[in-house]
Design a binder for this molecule. Sequence first.
Ligand SMILES: O=C[C@H](O)COP(=O)(O)O
Length: 238
Amino acid sequence: MRLLISPINHEEALEAIKGGADIVDVKNPKEGSLGANFPWVIKDIRELTPENLLVSATLGDVPFKPGTVSLAAMGALVSGADYIKVGLYGPKNYEEGLEVMKNVVKAVKDTKPDSIVVASGYADAHRVGAVSPWEIPKIARDSGADLAMLDTAVKDGHTLFDYFSLDDCQKFVDETHSYGLQVALAGSVKKDQLKPLFDVKTDVVGLRGAACVGGDRNTGHIDRNAVKELKDYVQSFE
Ligand SMILES: O=C[C@H](O)COP(=O)(O)O
Protein backbone atom coordinates (compact mmCIF):
# COMPACT_ATOMS: atom_id res chain seq x y z
CA MET A 1 0.00 0.00 0.00
CA ARG A 2 1.58 3.26 -1.14
CA LEU A 3 1.49 6.49 0.87
CA LEU A 4 0.45 9.64 -0.96
CA ILE A 5 1.50 12.57 1.21
CA SER A 6 0.18 16.07 0.51
CA PRO A 7 2.69 18.92 1.05
CA ILE A 8 1.83 22.55 0.37
CA ASN A 9 5.33 23.90 -0.36
CA HIS A 10 9.03 23.20 -0.97
CA GLU A 11 9.92 22.58 2.68
CA GLU A 12 7.04 20.21 3.31
CA ALA A 13 7.76 18.32 0.10
CA LEU A 14 11.36 17.71 1.25
CA GLU A 15 10.05 16.44 4.60
CA ALA A 16 7.58 14.12 2.85
CA ILE A 17 10.36 12.71 0.63
CA LYS A 18 12.84 12.28 3.49
CA GLY A 19 10.14 10.52 5.52
CA GLY A 20 9.54 8.02 2.71
CA ALA A 21 6.44 9.22 0.83
CA ASP A 22 5.71 7.11 -2.23
CA ILE A 23 3.76 9.86 -4.02
CA VAL A 24 4.28 13.58 -3.40
CA ASP A 25 0.86 15.21 -3.78
CA VAL A 26 1.02 18.99 -4.22
CA LYS A 27 -2.00 20.61 -2.61
CA ASN A 28 -3.36 23.92 -1.33
CA PRO A 29 -5.71 23.29 1.61
CA LYS A 30 -6.63 27.01 1.70
CA GLU A 31 -8.70 26.33 -1.42
CA GLY A 32 -10.47 23.28 -0.03
CA SER A 33 -10.12 19.60 0.62
CA LEU A 34 -8.53 19.00 -2.81
CA GLY A 35 -7.43 22.61 -3.28
CA ALA A 36 -5.10 23.33 -6.22
CA ASN A 37 -1.67 24.85 -5.79
CA PHE A 38 0.13 27.18 -8.21
CA PRO A 39 1.98 25.98 -11.35
CA TRP A 40 5.34 27.24 -10.05
CA VAL A 41 4.91 25.31 -6.80
CA ILE A 42 4.21 22.09 -8.74
CA LYS A 43 7.23 22.78 -10.98
CA ASP A 44 9.54 23.43 -8.03
CA ILE A 45 8.37 20.27 -6.24
CA ARG A 46 8.83 18.19 -9.42
CA GLU A 47 12.40 19.51 -9.66
CA LEU A 48 13.28 18.66 -6.07
CA THR A 49 11.63 15.21 -6.13
CA PRO A 50 13.75 12.21 -7.18
CA GLU A 51 12.76 10.97 -10.62
CA ASN A 52 11.61 7.60 -9.35
CA LEU A 53 8.88 9.21 -7.21
CA LEU A 54 5.59 10.37 -8.68
CA VAL A 55 4.50 13.96 -8.22
CA SER A 56 0.77 14.37 -7.97
CA ALA A 57 -1.17 17.60 -8.35
CA THR A 58 -4.77 18.14 -7.43
CA LEU A 59 -6.88 20.36 -9.69
CA GLY A 60 -9.12 21.49 -6.85
CA ASP A 61 -12.65 20.78 -5.66
CA VAL A 62 -13.70 21.35 -9.23
CA PRO A 63 -16.90 22.91 -10.60
CA PHE A 64 -19.03 21.29 -13.30
CA LYS A 65 -17.06 23.07 -16.02
CA PRO A 66 -15.38 20.47 -18.21
CA GLY A 67 -13.51 23.05 -20.33
CA THR A 68 -12.11 24.90 -17.33
CA VAL A 69 -11.10 21.70 -15.58
CA SER A 70 -9.45 20.13 -18.64
CA LEU A 71 -7.46 23.32 -19.14
CA ALA A 72 -6.40 23.14 -15.46
CA ALA A 73 -5.33 19.53 -16.10
CA MET A 74 -3.09 20.72 -18.91
CA GLY A 75 -1.63 23.34 -16.54
CA ALA A 76 -0.77 20.65 -13.98
CA LEU A 77 0.74 18.47 -16.69
CA VAL A 78 3.03 21.13 -18.16
CA SER A 79 4.07 22.08 -14.63
CA GLY A 80 5.45 18.56 -14.25
CA ALA A 81 2.74 16.54 -12.51
CA ASP A 82 2.76 12.82 -13.29
CA TYR A 83 -0.44 12.11 -11.41
CA ILE A 84 -3.48 14.34 -11.76
CA LYS A 85 -6.29 14.28 -9.22
CA VAL A 86 -9.71 15.76 -9.86
CA GLY A 87 -12.09 16.41 -6.96
CA LEU A 88 -15.60 15.94 -8.39
CA TYR A 89 -17.28 18.54 -6.19
CA GLY A 90 -19.48 20.47 -8.65
CA PRO A 91 -20.71 17.50 -10.71
CA LYS A 92 -23.94 16.25 -9.17
CA ASN A 93 -24.39 12.88 -10.86
CA TYR A 94 -22.73 10.20 -13.00
CA GLU A 95 -23.31 12.07 -16.29
CA GLU A 96 -21.77 15.32 -15.05
CA GLY A 97 -18.85 13.51 -13.39
CA LEU A 98 -18.18 11.58 -16.59
CA GLU A 99 -18.30 14.74 -18.71
CA VAL A 100 -15.61 16.36 -16.57
CA MET A 101 -13.41 13.28 -16.31
CA LYS A 102 -13.46 12.23 -19.94
CA ASN A 103 -12.30 15.70 -21.00
CA VAL A 104 -9.55 15.70 -18.37
CA VAL A 105 -8.42 12.24 -19.54
CA LYS A 106 -8.39 13.46 -23.16
CA ALA A 107 -6.39 16.60 -22.29
CA VAL A 108 -3.84 14.64 -20.28
CA LYS A 109 -3.46 11.40 -22.22
CA ASP A 110 -3.43 13.01 -25.68
CA THR A 111 -0.40 14.96 -24.49
CA LYS A 112 1.35 12.45 -22.23
CA PRO A 113 -0.22 8.97 -22.46
CA ASP A 114 1.65 7.52 -19.48
CA SER A 115 0.33 10.15 -17.05
CA ILE A 116 -1.98 8.91 -14.32
CA VAL A 117 -5.44 10.38 -13.90
CA VAL A 118 -7.41 10.03 -10.67
CA ALA A 119 -11.18 10.54 -10.41
CA SER A 120 -11.81 11.56 -6.82
CA GLY A 121 -15.17 11.74 -5.11
CA TYR A 122 -16.07 12.44 -1.52
CA ALA A 123 -17.28 9.93 1.06
CA ASP A 124 -19.35 12.79 2.59
CA ALA A 125 -20.66 14.01 -0.80
CA HIS A 126 -24.17 14.29 0.68
CA ARG A 127 -22.92 17.18 2.87
CA VAL A 128 -21.98 19.30 -0.15
CA GLY A 129 -24.34 18.10 -2.88
CA ALA A 130 -21.61 16.38 -4.91
CA VAL A 131 -21.93 13.20 -6.96
CA SER A 132 -22.42 10.05 -4.86
CA PRO A 133 -19.18 8.25 -3.99
CA TRP A 134 -20.74 5.06 -5.34
CA GLU A 135 -20.67 6.52 -8.87
CA ILE A 136 -16.91 7.16 -8.78
CA PRO A 137 -15.67 3.68 -9.83
CA LYS A 138 -17.91 3.77 -12.94
CA ILE A 139 -16.95 7.37 -13.73
CA ALA A 140 -13.26 6.38 -13.48
CA ARG A 141 -13.80 3.31 -15.66
CA ASP A 142 -15.92 4.98 -18.33
CA SER A 143 -13.72 8.07 -18.63
CA GLY A 144 -10.46 6.14 -19.01
CA ALA A 145 -9.02 7.29 -15.66
CA ASP A 146 -6.54 5.09 -13.81
CA LEU A 147 -7.71 5.32 -10.22
CA ALA A 148 -10.92 5.87 -8.30
CA MET A 149 -10.36 7.82 -5.11
CA LEU A 150 -12.38 8.99 -2.13
CA ASP A 151 -11.55 11.79 0.27
CA THR A 152 -13.75 13.83 2.58
CA ALA A 153 -15.06 17.21 1.43
CA VAL A 154 -15.51 18.73 4.88
CA LYS A 155 -12.42 18.65 7.09
CA ASP A 156 -14.06 19.09 10.47
CA GLY A 157 -12.57 16.19 12.38
CA HIS A 158 -14.71 13.50 10.79
CA THR A 159 -12.76 10.77 9.04
CA LEU A 160 -13.45 8.56 6.04
CA PHE A 161 -14.78 5.87 8.41
CA ASP A 162 -17.51 8.19 9.73
CA TYR A 163 -19.15 7.87 6.31
CA PHE A 164 -17.80 4.61 4.92
CA SER A 165 -17.76 1.46 7.03
CA LEU A 166 -14.97 -1.02 6.40
CA ASP A 167 -17.50 -3.11 4.46
CA ASP A 168 -18.24 -0.06 2.29
CA CYS A 169 -14.50 0.43 1.69
CA GLN A 170 -14.21 -3.24 0.74
CA LYS A 171 -17.12 -2.91 -1.69
CA PHE A 172 -15.62 0.22 -3.25
CA VAL A 173 -12.20 -1.44 -3.61
CA ASP A 174 -13.64 -4.67 -5.04
CA GLU A 175 -15.80 -2.89 -7.61
CA THR A 176 -12.91 -0.65 -8.72
CA HIS A 177 -10.48 -3.57 -8.93
CA SER A 178 -13.04 -5.51 -11.01
CA TYR A 179 -12.66 -2.75 -13.62
CA GLY A 180 -8.87 -3.16 -13.61
CA LEU A 181 -8.31 0.17 -11.83
CA GLN A 182 -6.57 1.06 -8.57
CA VAL A 183 -8.08 2.65 -5.47
CA ALA A 184 -6.89 5.57 -3.35
CA LEU A 185 -8.62 6.33 -0.05
CA ALA A 186 -8.21 9.39 2.15
CA GLY A 187 -10.15 11.56 4.58
CA SER A 188 -8.36 12.54 7.81
CA VAL A 189 -7.08 8.96 7.99
CA LYS A 190 -5.30 8.21 11.28
CA LYS A 191 -2.40 5.84 11.85
CA ASP A 192 -4.62 3.20 13.44
CA GLN A 193 -6.88 3.19 10.37
CA LEU A 194 -4.05 2.16 8.04
CA LYS A 195 -4.18 -1.56 8.82
CA PRO A 196 -7.92 -1.90 8.06
CA LEU A 197 -7.36 0.00 4.80
CA PHE A 198 -4.48 -2.32 3.96
CA ASP A 199 -6.65 -5.35 4.77
CA VAL A 200 -9.31 -4.34 2.22
CA LYS A 201 -6.51 -4.01 -0.39
CA THR A 202 -6.44 -0.25 -0.78
CA ASP A 203 -3.65 0.57 -3.25
CA VAL A 204 -2.90 4.12 -2.12
CA VAL A 205 -3.71 6.00 1.11
CA GLY A 206 -3.77 9.80 0.97
CA LEU A 207 -2.60 11.62 4.09
CA ARG A 208 -1.91 15.12 5.22
CA GLY A 209 -3.14 15.66 8.79
CA ALA A 210 -1.57 12.47 10.15
CA ALA A 211 1.75 13.44 8.54
CA CYS A 212 1.78 16.88 10.19
CA VAL A 213 3.23 17.91 13.54
CA GLY A 214 0.33 17.85 15.98
CA GLY A 215 -1.84 15.98 13.45
CA ASP A 216 -3.54 19.16 12.16
CA ARG A 217 -3.57 19.63 8.38
CA ASN A 218 -4.03 23.42 8.66
CA THR A 219 -2.00 24.59 11.65
CA GLY A 220 0.66 21.86 11.45
CA HIS A 221 3.32 21.16 8.86
CA ILE A 222 4.54 17.92 7.36
CA ASP A 223 7.33 16.41 9.37
CA ARG A 224 9.71 13.66 8.17
CA ASN A 225 9.48 11.76 11.47
CA ALA A 226 5.70 11.65 11.31
CA VAL A 227 5.86 10.44 7.70
CA LYS A 228 8.52 7.85 8.58
CA GLU A 229 6.42 6.53 11.45
CA LEU A 230 3.45 6.02 9.08
CA LYS A 231 5.68 4.46 6.43
CA ASP A 232 7.39 2.06 8.88
CA TYR A 233 3.99 1.09 10.24
CA VAL A 234 2.64 0.25 6.78
CA GLN A 235 5.80 -1.70 5.95
CA SER A 236 5.38 -3.71 9.14
CA PHE A 237 2.28 -5.39 7.77
CA GLU A 238 3.33 -5.68 4.14
O1 LIG B 1 -5.10 13.43 -0.69
C1 LIG B 1 -5.21 13.27 0.53
C2 LIG B 1 -5.41 14.38 1.46
O2 LIG B 1 -4.36 15.25 1.44
C3 LIG B 1 -5.79 13.92 2.81
O3 LIG B 1 -5.63 14.94 3.78
P1 LIG B 1 -6.06 14.65 5.28
O4 LIG B 1 -5.36 13.40 5.71
O5 LIG B 1 -5.62 15.84 6.04
O6 LIG B 1 -7.55 14.48 5.24
